[in-house]
Design a protein around this ligand. Structure first.
Ligand SMILES: NC(=O)c1ccc[n+]([C@@H]2O[C@H](COP(=O)([O-])OP(=O)(O)OC[C@H]3O[C@@H](n4cnc5c(N)ncnc54)[C@H](O)[C@@H]3O)[C@@H](O)[C@H]2O)c1
Length: 263
């Protein structure tokens, strides 16, 4: 599908990849672009840049997600493309004594924002999309959801869960003409990456958010489930499935090297 003529919602659109997606789909000719973010000032600034609309929304709360969808459709008409992009990187600790050591609060918040946000969006939108013959979900996950995230079990686990949900959504509602893509980059030059310790996510080059948005635009036009802005990820996925034990050993070595490099 093309964004041209569509009503588009981008969660986490105040910054980084979400901001670039909002700009990209505006340039692709979307009928309306709605930016939903917990940071209303940031969302309003991006909305001003593209003549879009901003809402304050915490995607970890079902009522907030449902409200954005309801309000958007009331004002602009049916949502054709819902970009469930907002995410958080919590519980990063390269030196952690115990990989399960992140607090319950970090796990719960990661689960709400990185997983349940997508469930909430689908819970409200799937019946509406079914009723009008289809729609599209673009879910920003991460290569960490396909491979792993060195240094954060919370991020890795919740991003894997997001892939699991996206697969279920795509399979269960294919016959309803609902299409799903998962956007799975490695390092992208955003506030999130800048706040993290340097790790293997940057080893194949850090892309700009604009490059990632361009890959997303092509990916949804092709209706590809898997969008890999870093092509190397496909090779890593193949290596993982070909010999999982060797892959785990290689990742453990990478963790050791990353710790050494970070002193
Ligand atoms: N930057 C990377 O290297 C990278 C790589 C792979 C995947 N991702 C994923 O890309 C997505 C966007 O991240 P980014 O790198 O652009 O980061 P970012 O920090 O620049 O932007 C994230 C945006 O999400 C918003 N947000 C956070 N929690 C929210 C909530 N509960 N409700 C609504 N909005 C919320 C923030 O206010 C911010 O505007 C995330 O899902 C992230 O996991 C990032």
């Amino acid at each position: 599908m093309k964004a041209t003529g569509q009503v588009v919602v981008v969660t986490g659109g105040a910054s980084g990849i979400g901001r670039a997606l909002a700009h990209r789909f505006h340039r692709d000719g979307a009928k309306a672009v709605v930016i939903a973010d917990i940071d209303l000032a940031g969302a309003t600034a991006v909305a001003k840049e593209i003549g879009g609309n901003a809402y304050r929304s915490d995607v970890g709360k079902e009522a907030d997600v449902a409200a954005v969808i309801g309000e958007t459709e009331r004002r602009f008409g049916p949502i054709g493309l819902f970009c469930s992009n907002a995410g958080i990187a919590a519980g990063f600790d390269l030196e952690g004594e115990n990989v399960a050591g992140a607090s319950d609060a970090a796990w719960a918040r990661s689960w709400a924002v990185n997983v349940m946000s997508h469930v909430y969006a689908a819970r409200t939108l799937v019946p509406r999309m079914k009723g009008r013959g289809g729609g599209y979900f673009l879910i920003t996950v991460s290569a960490a959801g396909l491979l792993s995230q060195i240094g954060s079990a919370t991020y890795s686990t919740t991003k894997h869960a997001a892939v699991g949900f996206a697969e279920s959504l795509a399979i269960a509602h294919r016959a309803d003409n609902i299409r799903v893509s998962i956007l799975c980059p490695q390092g992208v030059d955003t506030a999130m990456l800048r706040g993290l310790p340097r790790g293997p996510q940057s080893q194949d080059g850090v892309l700009s958010a604009e490059d990632v948005a361009a890959a997303a635009s092509v990916g949804i036009e092709r209706e590809s489930f898997l969008i890999l802005p870093h092509p190397e990820v496909e090779t890593y996925m193949r290596r993982k499935t070909e010999n999982c034990d060797r892959w785990i050993g290689g990742m453990a070595k990478l963790l050791r090297k990353t710790r050494e490099a970070n002193g």
